[in-house]
Ligand binder design. Structure first.
Ligand code: FAD
Length: 549
């Protein structure tokens, strides 16, 4: 007779959080998608949610991070290789995301924007994919966003768009003309400065049909992309270029990797230090207008940072709530202990706000082409939303981790990976202070349009506690002579106001009232679980967040 040891049982542990429909189990997401025009795509989004919530996909996310990429600078005989090897799980995640349209679905073949609700439905998928693995989303987001830059160059559109629109991932190191699909990266940051790219020292000299680029980049992620948008000093000033990994004659371009960054998180993704030695590139946009050209890409990558951070918070919340519903402490499920319930409800309310906010912002991107007010909304709020959502995520992930107790601190729980991943979205693509400066800049450049956005937010949230006072305080603070010194507080409140307005549009009225009461009328404390949420409100929030099994 087989001996059955006590250690074979794992009493009072929660079952793995796998085999979940990441869409159908997420009421705030469904509501936000529907409120922003994407409701008709619910069945397809649910199919995506089931696929990405499957145990197999969660395993790929784990494997891709446990087996980080390796740089191969030389071969055995000393010939330069300059290639990075990734684990097969990374390639599988890339292939799935590209096939699902995460790099292409908001564009048409001619690089013009696809019709609404393309941004909203892509964002819903991006949000779900981010819950599973965010490292691979770096090249996905850069490929998607780079189209905004290339759109103004018909010759480049003709070369690049068929490969992006194919939704085919081909990881081979070959000229992209020989491949079924391609990915794009971006190189702006140099040793001496990432925020102040005007200090770029990389030089571009006209050469034949393009330019020869010589210099360095201190951070250039996803180095196995087929081409990169890079900034370099041309005779006419700082300019934007498209640099392929292979020259038009098929030879390997002068792109030499020095090393890969040893990063806190974001382990599945490679981030390189690189030198360009007479590397061939085509110009994108006019000479001297490099920042203005590449900023169109950066707006979209900033939007994705906020969506991905909201996705990270969603997964952390789901893991915490799932565990607390199964774990018994003092003869009661953790999720029924009043203080734990207060923590979980406050976390759930934060995700309600972040989800509604990013989806409403995507709606503004969807409508921007034909509606100047929506364009102004996207212009003013992208930086504010990136600032607020991305900077909330690390503290949020930590609190969710604590809900799982010691289990949360252990790698297999996934919470450590989410926690390590959380800060990067705030740091890259414009760090926190830089986002606040961008909001001030938007108010300075087109103050009338920006104030109209502020007025619209106040109206949309007019019946919510604290909305009017918040709008007035934000406007006053950002127009003051010392606006810069106080910008973090004001931009944070602007994002909260926009979130309240977005929740008002998509969630039941009592959720919007609660959000405004705890985040506009009363200011949210440094800790989650300190908001004034009543017991019946907590129940409602937690049922919306994840239906009880
Ligand atoms: C994992 C990872 C991957 C990356 N991948 C890429 C990539 O693919 N391509 C690329 O080009 N870059 C990449 N970056 C670089 C990233 O975009 C930069 O690190 C970022 O823009 C900040 O630039 P910096 O590091 O030079 O910091 P700095 O510009 O020195 O800024 C340091 C701090 O000062 C603050 N600051 C700056 N100016 C002001 C001001 N006027 N007032 C107040 N505060 C200010 C900033 O907010 C920041 O917190 C990556 C970074 C990381 C961490």
């Amino acid at each position: 007779m087989a001996i059955r040891l006590e250690t074979y049982e794992a009493a009072n542990q929660s079952p793995p959080y796998v085999g979940v429909d990441l869409y159908a189990s997420d009421r705030p997401l469904q509501d936000a998608v529907a409120a922003n025009g994407g409701g008709a795509e619910a069945p397809a989004l649910s199919m995506f949610g089931r696929r990405w919530g499957a145990a197999e996909m969660l395993d790929r996310g784990r494997e891709a991070n446990e087996n980080p990429p390796k740089l191969e600078i030389f071969d055995a005989k000393g010939f330069r290789l300059d290639v990075v090897e990734f684990h097969p799980a990374y390639h599988q995640l890339m292939a799935e995301s590209i096939a699902a349209g995460l790099a292409a679905s908001t564009w048409r073949d001619d690089a013009t924007p696809a019709l609404a609700p393309a941004q909203v439905t892509r964002a819903a998928r991006f949000y779900m994919a981010a819950q599973v693995e965010t490292g691979h989303l770096c090249p996905i987001t850069m490929t998607h966003a780079a189209v905004a830059v290339l759109a103004a160059e018909p010759a480049l559109v003709a070369k690049v768009m068929p490969k992006i629109m194919s939704r085919h991932y081909d990881p081979h190191f070959r000229p992209w003309s020989e491949k079924g699909g391609m990915t794009l990266g971006m190189g702006m940051t140099e040793r001496q400065g990432g925020t102040d790219v005007r200090t770029n020292t990389t030089r571009a000299a006209p050469a034949g049909d393009g330019y020869a680029i010589t210099g360095q980049k201190w951070f250039m992620s996803a180095p196995m992309c087929d081409a990169f948008l890079v900034l370099a000093q041309a005779p006419g000033g700082l300019s934007c270029f498209l640099m392929p990994r292979f020259r038009p004659d098929g030879s390997v371009n002068g792109v030499h990797f020095q090393r890969l960054k040893d990063k806190l998180g974001n382990r599945s993704n490679a981030s390189s230090e690189v030198e360009f030695a007479d590397a061939f590139a085509w110009r994108a946009g006019e000479e001297g207008r490099g920042v203005r050209t590449i900023i169109q890409m950066v707006q979209l990558t900033r939007l994705d940072c906020a969506i991905a951070s909201a996705g990270i918070m969603r997964m952390a919340l789901a893991q915490a709530l799932h565990h607390a519903r199964h774990r018994n402490v003092f003869q009661k499920h953790l999720a029924d202990q009043p203080m734990m319930r207060a923590v979980l409800a406050d976390l759930a309310l934060e995700v309600e706000g972040a989800t509604a906010l990013v989806m409403r912002l995507c709606r503004a991107f969807d409508l921007a082409g034909g509606d100047p007010h929506e364009a102004a909304r996207a212009r003013l709020l992208t930086a504010a939303v990136k600032y607020a959502v991305c900077k909330t995520t690390p503290g949020f992930a930590y609190e969710a981790m604590e809900c799982l107790g010691g289990n949360g601190y252990v790698e297999e729980s996934m919470l450590p990976r989410l926690y390590r991943e959380a800060p990067v979205n705030a740091i890259w693509e414009g760090s926190g202070n830089v986002m606040c400066l961008d909001v001030i800049r938007a108010l300075g450049h087109d103050g009338e349009a920006a104030r109209a956005v502020l007025g619209a937010l106040a109206n949309e949230a007019a019946d919510l506690p604290g909305a009017r006072d918040t709008a007035r305080a934000v406007e006053t603070a950002l127009a003051a002579p010392d606006a810069e010194a106080n910008a973090r507080a004001a931009v944070g409140r602007l994002a909260q106001l926009a979130a309240a307005a977005a929740v008002r549009q998509s969630a039941p009225p009592e959720v919007a009232e609660l959000f405004a009461r705890t985040r506009l009328e009363a200011r949210h404390g440094a800790m989650f679980g300190t908001s004034d949420v009543r017991a019946e409100e907590a129940s409602r929030l937690l049922e919306r967040a994840l239906p009880p099994a």
